[in-house]
Design a binder for this molecule. Structure first.
Ligand SMILES: [Cu+2]
Length: 134
């Protein structure tokens, strides 16, 4: 009687051990490896689909509506129309290196602007209100 119980316990232990082993040896779900982000295209090499790469130093005129003005940091967000030979219509931020060009515009204004790209990136060289916002 005692021996039967002992054997039963031993079998149980074996069974548990086998279970534990089989669990432990099950293939682990593959960890999803974050894809390495592609390096940013070299400046001058980029161009949105259907658009040629920007020509460095070339002025590209555009038109849009001012969405955000950040005079402190020197950038403006513009909901712009297509910029011929540069990019499709979109809402985006542009750096401004000469803060004086943003003194006469307000959020909501329709503006004409000129964007230039150099080795450091794109920035606006001109920003002029053509119609006041509400
Ligand atoms: Cu854009």
């Amino acid at each position: 009687m005692t021996r039967k119980v002992a054997v039963g316990c031993w079998l149980l232990v074996l069974l548990l051990a086998a279970l534990a082993f089989s669990c432990g040896s099950q293939p682990q779900p593959q960890k999803t490896v974050a894809p390495t982000p592609a390096p940013p295209p070299a400046v001058g090499q980029m161009g949105p689909a259907g658009f040629p790469p920007a020509v460095l130093g070339k002025p590209y005129p555009g038109t849009g509506i001012v969405k955000v003005l950040n005079r402190k940091e020197g950038w403006v967000e513009i909901d712009h129309q297509e910029i011929k030979d540069l990019m499709p219509a979109m809402e985006m931020e542009f750096w401004i290196r000469d803060p004086s060009i943003m003194t006469r515009v307000q959020v909501g204004d329709k503006v004409d602007f000129v964007v230039v790209e150099d080795r450091k990136g794109q920035y606006l060289t001109h920003l002029k209100r053509v119609a006041a916002g509400r």
